[in-house]
Design a binder for this molecule. Structure first.
Ligand code: ZN
Ligand code: ZN
Length: 203
């Protein structure tokens, strides 16, 4: 009788192992979804990324076929501070190019073709996570990164110590809560996302 129990228990354990393995495999291949913060200051003025033209519809977060560059990385709900990343290998350049902004370490071109160049007085400065970097162009966007793009005549010390403080710090909040209505949450290790995907597959 005892042997029989051990036999049944073993079968259940083996089954459980395969179920967990299957779920883990799905979790591993879930599309990423995370958030980063940024801010752009030109001549001492905060640039307004809260306009409609810079925001994508929330349903875009759900796109998993025929992904376009704008589906990969974008803003939502006129929130000018929080970037939503929905794909692998997204660089800062991808985000700005999606919105028709271009830059190098020497110039910045806005979406209305206004050009700002380094000269004797004014300088383009990039601060990523409290450190001045030459150019974020090819840098991968990481979860909870904070980037400041600054163009004017302030000292580097002021830009890093004071101006950078203005970069919002809410990406972690978006990462933490699972609320598809606001495009928050992360897909990694999210059992809700996993179940959603599995149900979708079985449709
Ligand atoms: Zn989104
Ligand atoms: Zn999001």
């Amino acid at each position: 009788m005892k042997k029989r129990y051990i036999y049944i228990l073993s079968i259940w354990l083996i089954l459980l192992f395969f179920i967990l393995w299957y779920l883990y495999a799905w979790l591993k291949f879930a599309k990423p979804h995370f958030h980063a913060n940024f801010l752009m200051y030109i001549n001492g003025q905060r640039f307004d990324f809260g306009l409609d033209k810079y925001s994508e519809d929330i349903w875009k977060c759900k796109v998993d076929e025929n992904i376009t560059p704008k589906d990969r990385v974008h803003l939502h709900e006129n929130n000018a501070d929080t970037i939503h990343v929905h794909h692998e290998w997204v660089s800062w350049w991808h985000f700005f190019a999606n919105n028709n902004f271009y830059f190098s370490d020497k110039y910045l071109i806005l979406d209305d073709w206004k050009l700002y160049k380094n000269d004797d007085k004014n300088k383009l400065t990039f601060v990523l996570n409290w450190k001045i970097i030459k150019n974020p162009y090819n840098r991968m966007m990481n979860s909870e990164d904070r980037l400041l793009i600054n163009y004017w005549n302030e000292t580097e010390e002021y830009i890093v110590k004071e101006r950078f403080k203005k970069v919002s710090e809410n990406a972690w909040e978006y990462n933490k809560k699972y609320d598809p209505g606001t495009c928050s949450g992360t897909n990694q290790n999210s059992i809700f996302f996993l179940l959603e995907q599995l149900l979708h597959i079985n449709h």
